[in-house]
Design a protein around this ligand. Structure first.
Ligand SMILES: [Zn+2]
Length: 288
């Protein structure tokens, strides 16, 4: 998870308040969900959020990466248009009292509530957890845990008092809550015991085995370039003439590769940044 500036991409016109289709769907949803759950007939199908223009805008905003795990999903799968606050159902905690609550329907086609997600972060299934080695169910689905269960926002206008536990990469900097494990940076851990970091790792499945393997492969590349840079920096003071020119060129090249790996557009950039910045600062005395 990496901070993404939502203002980079404007909201697609199909989601605008003035758009007739969107306005009609919002009005129909408000009517449908105003009826108590037990008395509703059938289910409500939301369509606007799935519009191709919304998918294209989310792909542009999140650079073809999953907003949660930072994997490049474009290689093998379409994006899931993800509702950060679930639109028509919420998995409530056992101690929650508002048992009739069935989701944040009024946010179903709100641009700020939509994220690009890969299938494994969005859909719940059993996965091997690389941290514990055990099988555990992960994937967000309808989960939206909050800190104080009595503060669940049941209607528009009540969102301000609700304290979500899941991180939203467009709202807060995930690096304040998550960090690579100091002994194995391919694993993610909560920073300073952050409950929001812990909840996000569990719900999004950020230590599922397949994802950790992909991060490990990336970590290997990062470490390779840091090693090359270190050796070249050692070599430079002992080199003269045309060879020095070559060594300096290779140093510049390694620095350029590492700078590229730090970019938000790169998969697993949170891990890349932490590893690269830490090594440059502590081992090489370079300010990233
Ligand atoms: Zn993902």
């Amino acid at each position: 998870v990496i901070l993404v500036n939502r203002n980079r991409v404007p909201a697609p016109p199909v989601l605008a308040a003035q758009n007739a289709r969107a306005a009609q769907e919002r009005a129909r949803a408000a009517t449908f969900f105003s009826v108590p759950k037990a008395q509703r007939k059938g289910t409500f199908t939301f369509r606007i959020y799935k519009d191709e223009s919304v998918k294209a805008a989310l792909e542009a905003l999140f650079l073809g990466k999953c907003a949660y795990c930072e994997s490049r999903y474009t290689a093998t799968q379409p994006l899931d248009v993800e509702h950060w606050r679930p639109k028509s159902d919420v998995k409530l905690a056992a101690w929650e009292t508002c048992t009739d609550f069935t989701g944040y329907y009024w946010l179903a086609s709100e641009w700020d509530n939509l994220l690009a997600s890969c299938i494994d972060c969005n859909r719940r299934r059993k996965q091997i957890d690389a941290f514990t080695g055990g099988m555990t169910a992960s994937g967000k689905a309808t989960a939206f845990p909050i800190r104080d269960a009595t503060q669940r926002a049941g209607a528009p206008g009540e969102l301000a008092t609700e304290q979500p536990l899941l991180l939203n990469p467009c709202v807060e900097d995930p690096s304040d809550h998550l960090q690579p494990h100091p002994d194995d940076e391919s694993l993610l851990v909560a920073k300073r015991g952050s409950d929001r970091g812990t909840a996000s790792i569990e719900v999004y499945g950020l230590n599922r085995a397949g994802l950790v393997l992909a991060r490990r492969e990336q970590l290997f590349r990062v470490r390779h370039h840091l090693y090359q840079l270190t050796k070249l920096l050692e070599l430079a003071p002992r080199t003269r003439g045309r060879r020095l020119y070559l060594v300096e060129e290779l140093i510049a090249r390694e620095l350029a590769v590492l700078a590229a790996m730090r970019r938000t557009s790169e998969p697993y950039s949170l891990m890349n940044r932490t590893v690269i910045d830490g090594y440059l600062r502590e081992t090489l005395g370079i300010t990233p």
